[in-house]
Design a protein around this ligand. Structure first.
Ligand code: GTP
Ligand code: MG
Length: 195
């Protein structure tokens, strides 16, 4: 699945704007700044495909990217952005709910968790939403290059324990660094194994 090229398809703000469900897709969810766009760039090997920035909340739309002829990679808007006005948050929650329950071709959600911070309340809320929508999700730890090995164990344990409370959680956690490339091949093969 990762043999072909990647291209930006479109940014979607409503269900009516979704591209045709003519291939399988996986989506990437996570708090603002967790590294969703950077991970998509790393997976596709295409620098600057998904915008990566230091300004949290920059990706406000559901962004669709193709990966070869058979797969969409879907970059969901970052959540937990402290300064977002309530109507924006509510609109996003509505769209997320519709997307997660209504997209037949969605095979898995990857919930990105910062290796330094672990799971926060907003992450847990998204996981509950994924449980309700019966979308299997898998945790991807990001920015592994920013934590020392000895600090990692405690965060991983917190994540593992949180996952045990979510029926839709897939137990294997993937540790990644988009910066250094760690875990990227593993994640590609996990995605390639979905159908
Ligand atoms: P929003 O679109 O705002 O929700 O953010 P995002 O989740 O797409 O995060 P993005 O990929 O834009 O990354 C946020 C910041 O973290 C950028 O400055 C990235 O360069 C940095 N970053 C992302 N991944 C890594 C990583 O693996 N290691 C390090 N050191 N920095 C990273
Ligand atoms: Mg982004």
């Amino acid at each position: 699945l990762f043999a072909g090229q990647s291209e930006f398809v479109k940014g979607v703000v409503a269900m009516s704007g979704l591209p045709p469900a003519d291939r399988i897709e996986v989506c990437f969810a996570g708090r603002s700044n967790v590294g969703k766009s950077s991970l998509i760039n790393a997976l596709t090997g295409t620098k600057g495909l998904a915008r990566a920035s230091n300004t949290p909340g920059r990706t406000q739309e559901i962004n669709y990217f193709t990966q070869g002829p058979e797969l969409y990679l879907v970059d969901l808007p970052g959540y937990g952005y402290a300064n977002a006005p309530l109507p924006v948050v509510e609109k996003w929650q509505r769209l997320l709910k519709q997307y997660l329950s209504g997209r037949q071709t969605l095979r898995r959600a990857f919930v990105l968790i910062d290796s330094r911070h672990g799971i926060k309340k907003v992450d847990d809320e998204i996981m509950t939403r994924l449980d309700s929508s019966a979308v299997t999700f898998q945790c991807v730890m990001t920015k592994a290059d920013k934590v020392k090995d000895k600090d990692r164990a405690a965060v991983m344990e917190q994540v593992r324990s949180a996952l045990s409370k979510h029926p839709a959680a897939y137990p294997e956690i993937v540790l990644t660094s988009s910066e250094k490339g760690d875990g990227i091949a593993t994640l590609r093969s996990i995605i390639a194994g979905l159908e």
